[in-house]
Design a protein around this ligand. Structure first.
Ligand code: MLT
Length: 404
């Protein structure tokens, strides 16, 4: 008789955003007359920018002609896209990354879930609390997190680094030594950032204890303040201890078209073993490359027109963030984030739990947000709203909250 991966049986409930989706769909089915505004999952709403669409059209035409048709993409990504990434995301910031350190993929969610495959089962992970649930759940699936302790909403073998208003949502170096450290800045879900000096402390720590940092920089394009690092490789020594995950979803609206990349520097080694070679081996075996049409679309993000148009989209979302932040403050809420990130993190009112406030908002004013406790126990008593809605819906949502 075959056996299953029993680690899956340890996972509590369903994936956070699936649970929310089910709840919202049930509410809408029972209340078909209500106009629900969704500010829950961080999904973009603006259409792809014209420069990106033009590049996709051109690539579609190429696929229809025998002279320019392309079959399997190179597993690690087309040279034209990898070079554009190196030039614009790294060299332009004074960071030296080579083309063969870039691995193009179908998105940062897949990469953050898959990256654990190249690491030993006995590694201990450290995560921020609250945290993007994929890091923890994917490690649980691989058997690295111990047992789930329902009463504490924690795994027995994970180092949780609380990020709350008391520490400005910046994790402190753990007292127990981890092997793998997941960091995400600008942060999902709190919208917090750390300075370059603070990030340098993490790099120094990882080098000292022999840990690897998995650095998720999916929200890098939303940084508006000086001295917030756009890539971990701005820190000295990071190429010897950090993998960086990047996405085209939030900076250019690719949530539906899927494109991302991971940087694995050649200096990053475990003994003599190069992690770059391991990830290349994994990619070559299990991935046939992101589609040509989408990689051409990704290249267009870095064209002059693409840069200008995506910058305007980010400004649009950040204006929504301001509307939410200021509106909630006026309504008496305690609010964080929304300055270098498209997420606003608020304290629930009247000591409500995160899920109580979720139900209250949905039922009273028909607004969907994300309960903070869904991201981890330290998220209890907090709530996340996203700036990715339309301006009109964002304004309407804040008016409803002010009048509730
Ligand atoms: C979120 O809402 O946290 C994000 O949309 C999740 C993701 O990017 O996968």
């Amino acid at each position: 008789m075959f056996q299953i991966n029993e680690n899956y049986l340890k996972l509590p409930g369903s994936y956070l955003f699936s649970t929310i989706g089910k709840k919202v769909n049930a509410f809408m089915a029972a209340n078909p007359d209500k106009k629900v505004i969704r500010l829950g999952i961080g999904d973009v709403t603006l259409p792809l920018a014209p420069a990106i669409i033009d590049a996709m059209h051109k690539a579609v035409d190429e696929m229809g002609s025998s002279d320019t048709f392309r079959g399997y993409a190179p597993d690690l990504g087309y040279e034209f896209l990898r070079s554009a990434i190196v030039k614009n995301d790294y060299n332009a910031r004074g960071v030296d990354i080579a083309v063969d350190e870039i691995f193009v993929s179908d998105g940062a969610k897949s990469d953050s879930g898959n990256i654990g495959e190249i690491f030993g089962k006995n590694n201990k992970i450290a995560v921020c609390d609250p945290v993007y649930p994929v890091y923890v759940d994917s490690n649980a699936m691989e058997g690295r997190t111990g047992e789930y302790i329902a009463a504490q909403e924690k795994w027995s073998n994970v180092i949780y680094m609380p990020c709350t208003a008391e520490n400005n949502f910046a994790p402190e170096l753990p007292t127990e030594t981890p092997d793998m450290i997941y960091l995400c800045f600008p942060n999902n879900p709190t919208g917090a950032t750390i300075t370059k000096d603070e990030l340098q402390k993490w790099v120094d720590y990882a080098l000292k204890v022999g840990a690897v940092i998995i650095y998720d920089a999916a929200y890098e394009a939303y940084i508006s303040e000086e001295n917030v690092p756009h890539t971990i490789y701005e820190c000295e020594g990071a190429k010897a201890c950090a993998i960086e995950l990047r996405s085209f979803s939030k900076n250019a609206g690719f949530t539906g078209t899927r494109l991302g990349f991971t940087v694995v520097p050649k200096e990053l080694k475990c003994g003599d073993v190069s992690l770059n070679a391991l990830w290349a081996r994994r990619h070559g075996t299990k991935f046939n490359g992101a589609p040509y049409i989408i990689q051409r679309a990704g290249e267009a993000v870095y064209s002059e027109a693409g840069k200008a148009q995506t910058k305007e989209q980010i400004a649009y979302y950040m204006n929504n963030a301001k509307v939410i932040r200021e509106g909630l403050k006026d309504a008496g809420f305690t609010v964080f984030g929304g300055v270098n990130a498209p997420y606003i993190w608020l304290k629930t009112p009247d000591k409500m739990t995160s899920w109580e406030f979720f139900d209250y908002l949905l039922e009273k004013v028909n607004i969907v947000g994300t309960p903070g406790s869904g991201f981890g126990p330290s998220g209890e008593g907090y709530f996340r709203l996203t700036a990715f809605g339309s301006y009109e819906n964002t304004l309407a949502a804040i008016e409803r909250i002010k009048n509730m």
